[in-house]
Write a protein that binds this ligand. Structure first.
Ligand code: CTP
Length: 393
C-alpha cells in the first residue's frame, strides 16, 4: 500500500537544521507535499523565509499565528507522516513529556499519523541517560527514532550524534513508513471523465462518467513517484497538486491532448468514457424544440486503437463499462484495441458511476481474470498500477 504524500517536516533548533534544506528539496523532488514547521529556536539557524521559499508554503512556528486556521489541528489531520529532522535533545524531551509549547509539539500531540524522528546533537547529549531514556520511551510508544551517524560534529568532537545523510534519511523514512516509490522516473498518462459533444450552445451528447476512477489512478501514480499527466474531461473533482491536468471537453480535444503525451509515456490508463459519436453539425444558435426531431451523428475516432497502433514501450490499460459481465467479449475488446489489460465493470444497476467504490474484473492477455468486489477506487488504482508496472524498464 502506498500513502498520500502530504507530510509535515519539523525542524528542531540544532545546527543540522541547514542540512534539512537539502532534505526538503529531495522530498519535494520525490513528489512529497511538505509543510515545514520549525521550532522558534531553530529560526536562529535557518529562517522562515528559507523554508517558505523551498516548500512553497507558508511557515509558522507558534499556535498564535494564523489562529483562524487552527493550524496545529489542520496540519495534524492532513499529514500522513510527521518527519522531524533534526530533533534536538530538548525537542525529544518535550515530545516525551507531551508538552505543547510551540506549533510543532502541538502537531505531534494532535496527529494520529506516524512520527519519524532524526536526532542530531552532541555525542555526550545523545549518550546522556536522560536522552537514552527519552529515546527508549518514544520507541516504546511506536515513534520511529533513527540512529544518528557517527563522525565529526560541528566542533572538533567525534562521536555519535551527526545528522545522517539525506539519502539514508529518505530511504529509512520511506521504508519504515511504507511509502511506495516504485514509479520514480516513469511517466503515466491517464484519461478520465466523460466527453461532451455539443449539439448547440445549450445541449450536448454526454455520459455519466464522473472521472473518479481515473483521478484515483492519477493520484496513486503520483504518490508512487511517477510524473503524471491527466487528461480530464468535464469533471469538477479536485486533483492533487503535482498531477499535471489538461482539461478537455470533446473526444477530438481528448485525442489531441493524449496524442501529445502518448509517445513519452510508459503507462496509459484509458478510463475516460468517450462519446462514440458527435453531431455532424454544431448549430451555433439554440435549436428550437419544434425543430429538434433528429440529430445526425458522425463517428468519433477510437482514440485507444489509434494510440495503440503506434505504441512502443507503453503498457495500456483499457476500461469497459458494460451492462453485462461478459469476460470473453471484454478480452476481445482489449485485444482489438491493442491494450494489455482491461477493467470490466457492470454499470447496469447504477452502482459504479460517481461512487467511491467499485466492483469488476481485471482481465489480462495471460492469467486468469481477477475479480474485485466492493473495493475503493483508490485500491483498484493501486492494483492496476501494480499489474501494469510489472517489469517495466
Ligand atoms: N475508447 C476510446 N475511444 C472511443 C471509445 C472508447 O479510446 N471512441 C476507449 C475507452 O476509453 C475505454 C475503451 O476504449 O478504455 C473501451 O471503451 P468502450 O466504450 O467500452 O468501447 P467501445 O469501442 O465504445 O465499445 P462499445 O461498442 O461496447 O461501446
Amino acid at each position: 500500500m502506498s500513502r498520500s504524500r502530504e507530510i509535515v517536516l519539523g525542524i528542531g533548533g540544532g545546527i543540522a537544521a541547514y542540512k534539512s534544506a537539502d532534505l526538503l528539496r529531495r522530498l519535494k523532488d520525490r513528489g512529497y507535499l511538505v509543510t515545514v514547521v520549525p521550532t522558534p529556536s531553530s529560526l536562529n539557524f535557518v529562517g522562515a523565509a528559507t523554508w517558505e521559499a523551498l516548500s512553497g508554503r507558508p511557515v509558522t512556528t507558534e499556535v498564535w499565528e494564523k489562529v483562524e486556521e487552527v493550524r496545529h489541528v489542520t496540519l495534524a489531520k492532513k499529514a500522513t507522516a510527521v518527519l522531524i529532522a533534526p530533533a534536538t535533545a530538548d525537542l525529544i524531551a518535550r515530545i516525551v513529556q507531551g508538552r505543547a509549547d510551540d506549533l510543532l509539539t502541538n502537531v505531534v500531540l494532535a496527529t494520529s499519523a506516524p512520527i519519524f524522528i532524526v536526532p542530531a546533537m552532541h555525542p555526550e547529549m545523545w549518550a546522556n541517560k536522560s536522552t537514552r531514556a527519552n529515546v527508549k520511551t518514544l520507541r516504546d510508544r511506536g515513534v520511529f527514532v533513527m540512529e544518528p551517524d557517527v563522525g565529526r560534529l560541528t566542533g572538533s568532537d567525534i562521536g555519535q550524534g551527526r545528522f545522517p545523510d539525506t539519502s539514508s534519511i529518505i530511504s529509512a523514512f520511506e521504508g519504515e513508513l511504507g511509502f511506495k516509490q516504485d514509479l520514480i522516473g516513469k511517466r503515466v498518462l491517464v484519461s478520465a471523465g466523460g466527453t461532451r459533444e455539443a449539439i448547440d450552445p445549450v445541449r450536448y451528447i454526454g455520459n455519466r462518467s464522473s472521472g473518479k476512477q481515473g483521478i484515483a489512478i492519477a493520484q496513486a501514480a503520483f504518490e508512487r513517484g511517477a510524473e503524471v499527466c491527466l487528461v480530464l474531461a468535464n469533471s469538477s473533482i479536485a486533483v492533487t497538486p503535482g498531477v499535471s491536468v489538461v482539461n478537455v471537453e470533446t473526444a477530438d480535444q481528448m485525442f489531441s491532448a493524449l496524442s501529445n503525451e502518448f509517445q513519452k509515456s510508459d503507462l496509459l490508463f484509458m478510463s475516460a468514457a468517450i462519446a462514440d459519436a458527435k453531431p455532424s453539425q454544431f448549430s451555433p444558435a439554440k435549436i428550437k424544440k419544434d425543430d429538434l426531431h433528429q440529430i445526425e451523428l458522425t463517428k468519433n475516432p477510437d482514440i485507444l486503437s489509434a494510440l495503440s497502433s503506434n505504441k512502443t514501450q507503453q503498457r495500456i490499460v483499457a476500461f469497459a463499462a458494460e451492462t453485462n459481465d461478459d469476460e470473453i467479449k471484454a478480452l476481445e475488446k482489449m485485444k482489438s484495441k491493442g491494450a494489455d489489460f482491461i477493467y470490466l465493470n457492470n454499470v447496469s444497476n447504477g452502482e459504479i458511476f460517481g461512487q467511491d467504490r467499485t466492483s469488476g474484473t481485471i482481465i489480462s492477455k495471460s492469467g486468469a481474470p481477477h475479480k474485485v468486489q466492493d473495493i475503493s477506487k483508490d485500491t483498484l488504482a493501486h492494483l492496476l498500477l501494480d499489474l501494469a508496472s510489472v517489469k517495466l524498464d
